[in-house]
Design a binder for this molecule. Structure first.
Ligand code: BTN
Length: 269
């Protein structure tokens, strides 16, 4: 097991750009917050911020991210690339989902299992969450920089989670029965992020969308969607469309609703 240090990660890194500018911290408020600050300073594309612990880890929809020291991975990747203007909207809407594919591939490579994704990008093992992704934008509208923040629960038992997470979350170690090498996992993650995001930039989302759908555990399930306006919708998750939205067919009246942002709960297959 290689301890997760800046030096050990640099030794394992095989990427061309992602992680070549690496900032490693023993503790930060939030790696996303630090990455957004670095964007303001003009840091290069592919800059990566990693912290061993976060004191104010941010989750989606205003939640916090449980971030103890010494066991997990908390990392943020800065994407400051310039897709062609006609591809900008597609690029922005698919970054979170494609990052989910990359994170699930990295866990698969190190742990030998096939994590699935809950739309848009929760990483699941079985029906428990092992990781999450929070994308935040900065920069000017025509040339936005996106910070992709990835949190993966790697080592430790489920009993170490706070009570509200113990029922729904897991760690890779709890699933495979042995601890995970965090340095290897980090190197794999950055490598898969580079490959998948290069592919998204060069060829667009079509082929990646097919791969995403094959890994998306939400499709075909009856779901409860908690919408931004406080409304709820129960329906069957039909498709993830070309703009990365999720179409849900209401169980009440059969109407279809295209969701761009929502919290999804899987109810049944
Ligand atoms: C979610 O709610 O599912 C998204 C969680 C994202 C957590 C990661 S940990 C690294 C990065 N820094 C943060 O503050 N949040 C993200």
């Amino acid at each position: 097991m290689t301890p997760l240090t800046e030096q050990n990660l640099r030794t394992l890194l095989t990427t061309r750009t992602v992680g070549r500018h690496l900032r490693w911290y023993a503790e930060l408020g939030s790696t996303n917050q630090e990455a957004l600050r670095l964007v303001q300073e003009g840091c290069p594309d592919g800059t990566v911020v990693i912290a061993d612990a976060q004191t104010a880890g941010r989750g989606r929809l205003g939640r916090t991210w449980h971030s103890p020291a010494g066991c997990n991975l908390y990392c943020s990747v800065v994407l400051a690339r310039a897709p062609r203007p006609e591809r900008l909207a597609e690029w922005l809407s698919w970054i979170p989902l494609v990052s989910g594919v990359a994170a699930s591939e990295a866990v698969a490579a190190v742990a030998g299992l096939r994590p699935m994704l809950k739309w848009p990008n929760d990483i699941l093992i079985g029906d428990r969450k092992v990781g999450g992704i929070l994308c935040e934008s900065s920069g000017v509208p025509s040339a936005p920089a996106v910070v992709v923040g990835i949190g993966l629960n790697l080592n430790g038992s489920r009993e170490t989670f706070p009570s509200e997470l113990a029922r729904v979350a897991t760690t890779v170690e709890a699933e495979i029965g042995r601890p995970v090498d965090r340095t290897r996992l980090a190197a794999e993650l950055l490598s898969h992020m580079e490959v998948r995001l290069d592919e998204l930039l060069a060829r667009g989302a079509e082929r990646l969308a097919t791969e995403y759908r094959a890994r998306c555990a939400t499709l075909g399930k009856t779901v409860l969607a908690q919408l931004a306006e406080g409304q709820e919708l129960v329906g069957v998750a039909d498709t993830v469309g070309p703009t990365a939205s999720l179409t849900v067919r209401s169980v009440q009246d059969g109407s279809r609703r295209e969701l761009r942002a929502a919290d999804i709960v899987h109810l049944r297959a």
